[in-house]
Design a protein around this ligand. Structure first.
Ligand code: FAD
Length: 321
């Protein structure tokens, strides 16, 4: 079994990932937390044993992911996307790609991202414009992507971007979209890390919450093109990407429960604090949470979170294995 590790508790305020010209610097505590997380074997949970994984059922991966989400949602998003990228490579990658990339993603040495969205291509991915130009056995990618979760960070030496692009001459719409592995740092034939690839984080998106999760604008091919390795057959990129998207959807679906559980824990802590203050004679009024109506509503909501969250009764959870 993986060993316990501590996921960082936000130290008050709103810790953020920070953009720098050399790359994104993660929020305080995240590097140490990730080191423990990888050393404890947690990234291996859902992966195939031949690549170092434990292949526990998806329902268990989901339940554990919910704990991570309650502990720190921003942190959990990185491993969640790596899990999706691993699963897509297991199902759609070539034998050589699996050997080259999977052991180091499963061990947590490298992370993975899911790179679809462009300014004009959100829900309608048929509008993807990122270009892929054949160059020997590889492709060179040119384009800009937005909203890429954990698109850049300093937790690991490498990140594999799973990128949707359009090979020159491909038909318009979704039938012309292919999937490419674009490493942040190029990997030499002997597996060692080589030069930086032509991919760069231009900025971190400004959003309402999860500030410690770097949601990035990524530029591919500002110089001579980001080197990419085609996954599977040309034109089937969206189909392969759906392995990752469905994995992310299931995981994001449980995040509401994870955050709900966290909110109840916080409410209990606040209630206990207020009651302790009352017992110590510092206040004469009952805490709000102890009044009948809030208590009834809170219990009803808590039952719903507990029933629907960790119990995972919906058959859809099982279909995702
Ligand atoms: C925090 C965060 C993290 C993200 N992480 C990633 C990531 O890791 N990788 C990645 O590639 N992307 C990521 N995304 C992007 C996300 O996938 C897109 O936001 C999503 O695909 C929607 O695209 P859009 O924002 O351009 O909205 P739009 O496509 O412009 O949609 C806006 C609204 O219009 C509605 N709409 C759109 N089309 C239709 C239609 N035909 N009929 C009726 N209604 C319609 C939508 O339902 C929505 O309500 C992330 C986004 C966020 C907010």
């Amino acid at each position: 079994m993986p060993r316990p590790c501590s996921i960082p508790e936000p130290p008050g305020g709103h810790p953020r990932a920070r953009w720098t010209a050399d790359g994104v610097v993660t929020a305080p505590g995240f590097r140490e937390a990730y080191r423990q997380f990888a050393a404890g074997g947690w990234p291996a949970l859902g992966a195939e044993p031949q690549f170092g994984g434990q292949r526990v059922p998806r329902v268990l991966v989901s339940a554990v992911g919910e704990f991570w989400g309650s502990a720190c949602l921003a942190f959990k998003l990185g491993p969640m996307l790596t899990h999706g990228a691993v699963h897509a490579l297991e199902l759609c990658g070539s034998a050589a790609q699996k050997q080259q990339y999977l052991p180091r993603m499963v061990s947590g040495e490298w992370t993975g991202t899911m790179v679809l969205t462009e300014a004009q291509a959100g829900s309608d991915l048929g509008q993807v414009r990122t270009r892929a130009v054949a160059d020997g056995g590889y492709y060179r990618l040119f384009g800009q992507k937005i909203f890429i979760t954990w698109g850049d960070h300093d937790l690991t030496a490498n990140t594999l971007h799973m990128v949707l692009g359009r090979i020159e001459g491909a038909p318009p719409g979704v039938k012309g979209i292919s999937l490419f592995i674009v490493p942040k740092v190029l990997v030499n034939a002997d597996g060692s890390l080589g030069a930086r690839n032509d991919v760069r984080c231009l900025s971190i998106e400004r959003k309402l919450g999860i500030h410690a999760s770097p949601t990035c604008v990524l530029a591919f091919g500002e110089r001579n093109g980001a080197v990419g390795d085609l996954v599977g057959e040309p034109g089937r990129g969206l189909e392969y990407m759906f392995v990752m998207m469905n994995s992310a959807r299931l995981s994001v679906g449980s995040e509401g429960y994870a955050v709900g559980e966290r909110a109840f824990a916080a409410r209990d802590a606040v209630g206990a604090h207020a009651r302790a203050g009352q017992a110590a004679g510092r206040g004469r009024r009952r805490p709000g949470a102890d009044h009948q109506s809030p208590r009834r509503e809170a219990h009803a909501a808590h039952d719903e979170v507990a029933d629907r969250g960790l119990a995972c009764p919906h058959p859809l959870w099982c279909l995702a294995v």
